[in-house]
Design a binder for this molecule. Sequence first.
Ligand SMILES: C[S@@+](CC[C@H](N)C(=O)[O-])C[C@H]1O[C@@H](n2cnc3c(N)ncnc32)[C@H](O)[C@@H]1O
Ligand code: SF4
Length: 481
Amino acid sequence: MTSKKHVVSESAAPLLSTKSQIQVGIKGEKRVSRVQKATKRLPRYTSYPTALEFKELNEGTHQRWLNALPKNDPVSLYFHIPFCEKMCWFCGCFTKITRQYDAVSDYLTSLLAEVDLIGGWTGRREVSHIHFGGGSPSILTPEDFERLTAKIGQLYDLSHIDEYAVEIDPRTLNENMVKSYVKSGVNRVSLGIQDYDLKVQEVINRVQPMALIQDNLKWLRDHGLTNINFDLIYGLPYQTVQSIRTNVLKTIELEPSRVALFGYAHVPWMKSHMTMLDEHPMAAPAERGAMFEIARETFLSNGYEEVGLDHFSLPEDTLLKAKKESTLKRNFQGYSVDRADTMIGFGASSISKLDGGYVQNAPSLHSYPLKIAEGLSPVVRGVAISADDRMFYDIISDLMCYGKIDPWAVAKNHDSDYDFMQEEAMLDQLVEAGYMSRKKTAFKIEFEGRHYLRAIATIFDQYFPQEENDILTRCVHESEG
Ligand SMILES: C[S@@+](CC[C@H](N)C(=O)[O-])C[C@H]1O[C@@H](n2cnc3c(N)ncnc32)[C@H](O)[C@@H]1O
Ligand code: SF4
């Protein structure tokens, strides 16, 4: 029988992770105590093992894992652009403020060289998805964006690409950039909206009037870019349940095909600029729950459907189709319809998922370009994925994507005889509490348990310190987080 591990990682944690591979707490940030990690913030399970388990990793392993990628399988590519023009006080992303485009140009030189280097190691492969995250990828000039796309096309086969997505700070977009995106093949964008209220915008240091968002939408739609995601946040200073409802109603009027609704993760001990928000009133845990609920109800009664932990989609959106066809995936971009199992990350701090394991590039904007200039792998950390990890990844993905699991059925697919004794006991506790229901070996999260997805996923996390608190306490902590 497979044995269980109770490893507690001492490395600092990425506490939240969305489509941009948001990385709070990578090397160089203040460390978080084990108790904080275990009780205050639960992993979002955009990977398994989570980045908490990443350890030092050498170039040889990285190269070996790249060489061993299954020959005919497609890959997806992630590009991290860690620059913004102005710091939003709520920001948990890995980014640097720059008003000098020179810094971006220099970084682009490294990215181009990295595509050459890694492309040489992987060989030419079919690409299914490209995602540009940040920071703000929309800081790149149209010329630079096209140069990078052209370089990617030299090393990889882009003729069967399903999705080419770019994250956009609406304050930086103009019509020329939209034309360049369309020319390059971009077919999905996400706009960082956060909140429409001027007072909230001023406090978070991010003023973007409605007229600006409407201009963005007009340019995008006029040029045929109609797959538009919005990012919204609840739990920011001065937001109320009523103001969240107003935000959602305004969003619905603008008709994005997909919305990500993130709970504000306030981690000033890791991101010191967040202390700028400490003097302002922020919702208590119960009010945050009510904010999510009102947003959810408002979306659902206006034609949107819920996907996973924090997404809402219109019926024609690919995410909802994937949910219905059971092909939805949980990855660093949150939820994805990507058919590739491999993701190759480019740029400082980016994470790759390879068949052999996860690897992360140097987060430092000093050491990343140096390594690339020397023709070396920029990878500094990572973790191998074991056969057990693959099984638990599938179980956790089922929970995060569909809110239901049959652990024994998944184990059978993996030829494992793992007995799930401890896990079953915890699941039964949740059934008794009314958070889940059980039919033979299948468990489903019920309405009462809908806020506890991450806590429930910890049951199957073999690296989570299970002894630290019981499953019901973990649910309470999640609702407070
Ligand atoms: C890289 S940004 C999106 C692109 C662009 N930089 C922008 O902000 O418009 C990714 C998203 O992460 C979310 N985000 C950032 N910091 C967060 C935090 N501390 N808590 C919750 N969500 C956060 C925001 O909704 C943001 O739009
Ligand atoms: S624009 Fe986006 S990445 Fe940049 S600071 Fe604001 S939230 Fe963070």
